[in-house]
Design a protein around this ligand. Structure first.
Ligand code: ASP
Length: 416
């Protein structure tokens, strides 16, 4: 009973702190580790699964409601234009920040190469098999789904779901009369329905978050050897969060610096502990609407599309990772290659689902485009889970910031 009075974000922080303490405390006691794997870890899995369960119907209905409620295609065009322009600007900034820092700090020159162990080698081989057969163009030609139900029933096909919703949403905004209203009302009802489901799931969040953090392998030795690389990624991500986004949302979005962080803290914490933009999406939508008061047509559109396409943290991380791998292997990258890294990291990021580890999987595409051996990925396997948490925070913060900017621009227009 008393727990209900404590705000959810406080409960989540407490769960994380207790989780970290547990992760370290259990280390010297093998029985405890076994207990964690058998009895605690599954709760984290249940939590993540519950969130995924609602992600597809929510993205689907949110996008259709968002676009269907636009009065005309021209309104869709102006919101869409602003959204994509801001997405692209922040994505390019993220890659430039990432590559510049990697160049300045040069983590790969200072860190000794890690040996490729059997498990990592097998993992890499599996990754290569899934990604290497595609050229970049080939990957894009595969993007458009040929079966709606298949895409809608697959959590890793979020971009395809977005494309389908896009198509249906544009068609809906062009329709007139009764049929249009019926479809929109039905989608709105579905959206409300799933929002209620989310409220139910969120009550379970503190337990889920504790379980996720408690079962992380916090192996200090491995993390230390890659400290400089991690420092570079985290520094770049911090620049995005504390400098680049504020430049956008304080000017275009007319939001105060502190307000942004205070109001979005529960979302950022959720992103950090789940490492998944998709899993965080329900809460992101909720906060953008209720705390930042961004109207439905903008928030539904920007946040749903952004969760899949706008991953600045992932793009930045990929640039640093590729540079680090190249340096570690003794390869000096040319300016042209850096340009290719920027382009491929933006494109492959748009195709990555907002799920844990997606960034690392699509990293293989870049390595191969630049001509680096995909085995290089082994160097960054160890700290990936931790960095995933940080980059997901930036991915989600970017969506919130963009919603505020697009809203600010739309309001500016109304005044004119
Ligand atoms: N986990 C990230 C996300 O969901 C994607 C990634 O792996 O970078 O936003």
């Amino acid at each position: 009973m008393g727990l209900k009075k404590i705000p959810l974000s406080t409960q989540i922080i407490a769960a994380m702190v207790i989780g970290v303490a547990w992760a370290f405390l259990q280390k010297p006691f093998p029985q405890l580790t076994v207990f964690t794997v058998d009895w605690i870890k599954p709760f984290g899995k249940i939590f993540i699964k519950l969130l995924y369960l609602v992600a597809v119907p929510l993205v689907f209905s949110s996008l259709i409601v968002g676009m269907g409620s636009l009065k005309s295609v021209s309104e869709l065009k102006s919101i869409g234009k602003h959204t994509f322009l801001i997405f692209l600007t922040t994505l390019v900034s993220a890659t430039i920040v990432g590559l510049s820092l990697a160049y300045l700090i040069s983590p790969g020159h200072k860190i000794e190469h890690l040996a490729v162990d059997q498990a990592a080698a097998e993992k890499i081989a599996a990754l290569q098999q899934t990604e290497s057969s595609d050229t970049l163009i080939g990957a894009f030609s595969n993007l458009l789904p040929d079966n709606m139900l298949h895409a809608l029933s697959n959590n890793s096909m979020m971009l395809q779901v977005v494309l389908i919703a896009f198509l249906l949403g544009i068609a809906l905004s062009k329709m007139q009369g009764d049929a249009k209203n019926k479809i929109r009302d039905a989608m709105e009802a579905i959206q409300l329905w799933f929002t209620e489901v989310i409220h139910l799931i969120m009550a379970f969040a503190p337990i889920g978050v504790f379980a996720l953090v408690a079962s992380l392998e916090l192996n200090a030795g491995v993390l230390l050897s890659l400290g400089l690389y991690m420092f570079t990624v985290v520094l770049g991500l911090s620049i995005m969060l504390f400098v680049v986004y504020p430049l956008c949302f304080t000017t275009l979005g007319k939001t105060k610096y502190i307000d942004f962080f205070v109001k979005s803290r529960s979302v950022l914490l959720m992103a950090f502990s789940t490492s998944s933009s998709n899993a965080t999406l329900p809460l992101t939508l909720n906060v953008v609407k209720e705390k930042f008061h961004v109207p439905d047509n903008i928030s539904n559109f920007v946040v749903s599309v952004g969760a899949t396409i706008n991953m600045d943290g992932t793009a930045l991380y990929k640039c640093v990772a590729v540079y680090f791998i190249a340096q570690s292997l003794g390869v000096e990258l040319t300016l042209v290659q850096m340009g290719v890294i920027i382009l491929t990291s933006i494109l492959s990021t748009a195709g990555a689902a907002g799920i844990p580890g997606a960034g690392m999987i699509t990293l293989v595409v870049i390595l191969q485009t630049v001509g680096l051996p995909a085995e290089g990925i082994v160097l960054i396997l160890a700290p990936d889970r931790l960095l995933d948490m940080f980059r997901t925070v930036i991915n989600v913060a970017g969506d919130i910031s963009t919603s505020l900017c697009v809203n600010g621009l739309a309001q500016g227009k109304k005044v004119d």
